[in-house]
Design a protein around this ligand. Sequence first.
Ligand SMILES: Nc1ncnc2c1ncn2[C@@H]1O[C@H](COP(=O)(O)OP(=O)(O)OP(=O)(O)O)[C@@H](O)[C@H]1O
Length: 578
Amino acid sequence: MSAPATAAPVRELIRPVRGRILAGSALAFAGSALGLLPYAAIAEIARLLLQGGGTAAVWTWAAAGAGGVAARLGLLVTAGLITHYADADLQRLLRLRLARHLATVPLGWFSGRGSGALKKAMDDDIEDMHHLVAHAALDMAGALGLPLAAVVYLAAVDWRMTLVTLALLPIATITIGRSHRTMPERMAELNAAQQRINNAVVEYVDGIQVVKAYGSRDRRHARFAEAVDDFCDTLARWTAEAGRAMFATLAILSPPAVLLVVAGTGTALVAAGALDPVDLLPFLLVGVGLPAPFMTLLQGTQLLRKAQAAAAHVGRVLAEPPLPAPAAPTRPGHSGVDFADVTFAYGGDPVLRGVSFSCPAGTTTALVGPSGSGKSTLLRLVPRFFDPSGGAVRIGGADVRDIDPAALLRSVAIVFQDAILVRDTVRENIRLGDPDAGDADVEAAARAAHLHDAITALPDGYDTVVEARGGALSGGERQRLTIARALLQDAPIVLLDEATAHVDPENETAVRDSLSRLTAGRTVIVIAHRLHTVAAADRIVVLEAGRVRESGTHRELLASDGAYARAWHFQHGTETVR
Ligand SMILES: Nc1ncnc2c1ncn2[C@@H]1O[C@H](COP(=O)(O)OP(=O)(O)OP(=O)(O)O)[C@@H](O)[C@H]1O
């Protein structure tokens, strides 16, 4: 999140609108340069009047000054419109590009980061890039146009006084340059602090009910408060540092400071007879305001850095390698699942080590083992949330990496511990299982999942909008909704992760019944902690520290008197082998 920006990804990202940014900048430059005309006109008219010049020339300068004002305004407005339209187009393009790209990255990539990080890339960062596209080049061109035109004009009047007018610029540049040296570091700190707030907000909002019930004792509340304090401290440090430098620079380049230098030196030169008094006039009128536009450049660099950091972050998300897709996809021969010498690490030590077992088509395999033994990870390798670092996961004899990713996801129904819904109607949430299903099929699935009555009792029935965390639905109803979705999907392979763990006894019967409809005749791999729920499985695999400790039927495992038998007796308070 916090690595400093590099120019390459930024250039690549804004390429689609580069032409329009350049066109806008050219217009802004021209508009800004024309902004000299009214000042030059006043100075020239004053010179003409002091020297007793002709009125025709006075009128010509007056017309030029007025024309300059109108042309400047027209050009700057047009330039702003061009870059703002370009920015709107780029935001749309980037959001679509991000969404398309995120659809291709491994599903496991999402579980490795908070939703705050994703929101930052999709929303905040793209908005922060607004300055880069709509303003940065324009401001730069605008800030350069007038001073450059003024320097040319003033140099034509008197080159020595021109140098005097610009004398304060190097001092201001050194002052601000010092503070800018630490800027990338400060920016990275600020971004990291912002990131922590984003994550804490998402976490806090998700747990708002708990927060309300337990007040400030909730750790989410504390984490949110800490993240906000941390951000404020970082911002305060940054503001103090940058503010000091900015104040000093503003003071150095302010019109009174420049006036002091210009008027002082000019008067000395006039007194020494080295400068015509009328030639001092343009410097007092035009020269005094000359260094000020450079402040726009300096101030713009902060926003520019922020925009560049945002663009670099968007670039990094877009550079995330997609899930490798097979060039010539294989079709699985059947729905049996094989784990062949599977090894997997999230980055550190392996969490799965040489796991091998088979789940024949149409059978139920139960995964049991202590917390952290790798059960969920193993399950997530089947639909390719991640790819194993060694060995292979096969469906119907085909390596899952050789199956078309969309076909693979269609053939695996996933009912995981946390029932995740999307913010849409109940109907559409069920229809996610099969986007082509008609309303009657959706209802049939809801009935099979014992959910129909609960849905019709909702204010808008099937058209009731539910939130990502469920909203109007109870925990058991949410779970049955994901089961209805899986039923509609009608996939030959079903992966269950603690599907019945968190529901009350009344719900449990309904959930159990709908689960048995879901699993009948399919290849099922189920994780469960409560052993009585898996005793009927065709095969039980006991995982321990990422390895298969033992496997067999319930009877076989009890007879072998190993880890499973010990856990069974412990959970059932009995020492007798049944
Ligand atoms: N996204 C992740 N990134 C890094 N490490 C992870 C990630 N998910 C799980 N782990 C680690 O991998 C190991 C195995 O976790 P896994 O969730 O597969 O075990 P489990 O047997 O399903 O545990 P539980 O029964 O508690 O759900 C644990 O040490 C866990 O901390």
